[in-house]
Design a binder for this molecule. Sequence first.
Ligand SMILES: [Zn+2]
Length: 334
Amino acid sequence: MNGYAIQDVVNLLDRKISKQAISQYENGVMKPSAENMLLLCNALGVRPDYFAREVEVRLKDPSYRKLKRLPAKEQEKILQMAVDYLERYLELESLLGEETILKFSLHQYEIKTYEDAERAAEQFRQVMGFGNDPLLNLVERLEEQGIKVVELLVHSDFSGFATVMNDNCPVIVLNTNPDIAVDRKRFTLAHELGHLLLKPVDLDEEKCANRFAGALLIPQDRLREELKAHRNNIHIKELLLLKQQYGISMQAILYRAKDISIISDYLFKEQMKVFSQLGIRKQEPGSFDCEEHSHRFWQLILRGVAEELISTSKAAALCNMKLSAFLDELVKLS
Ligand SMILES: [Zn+2]
């Protein structure tokens, strides 16, 4: 998680533990003494519980094509951060007797055309009771459906990926870096959900996931109500208003308008040129003012502490916090 080599750890510890010893701990040949364990915990920024966890988290080789572009060390760091969080999450759930009930099956929609991806998004919205309205706090809504959303603050060029934990639990890892616009995070979430739900047959998986994502964020019927069935031109500010209402980027709305034939391919290309001319392709104006964050983990912690199902020191360890910092957090009311 820290991206250290063994030698870095030895240096951090001022050589109080030898390189050989650390290597033996790592390989399970030798156990550290209590004193060395504390030194290691301090150097690595983890709590002693970290080394004593009993829950096991196995991540299936994820669809992280985007992650694969990163240097190996960075990939490993992101994966280990996700595993650490999921281990704590599973332990918390088991201490509270909380069972996650998945409300859908993985890859339940067979996709033979891109329109099928569109329909899958509509069906998923209906089954989950989302209706056709804008989806607020998608992270929390997906957690309510039994998906674990791992929110990581990562500074590398990585938006997110989907995977499956311990054979049956869907996981979406999301970069919460504040430099990434909220509408982009939402599109990533919806796109990764597409990877979990869809089973494309002889189709480009990325295109299917994108089509699903767009349709989930703004269903076609709703977009036709907003823009009308056919348009010869669209004012760029119409896209801005829709973005602020639905939390999907202006360019993604334009894509949708083309995909469902509200506008022609020609108009789409012309409008994209306008985005380039205005220099807003990479950074669009406007924002979606809505929180994208799940409170479920923290709710479970608070319930566990209030009902005395877990001690405060255990709760602090599960939050990967020092006890004093955790106790401060407990009394903070804003
Ligand atoms: Zn993808």
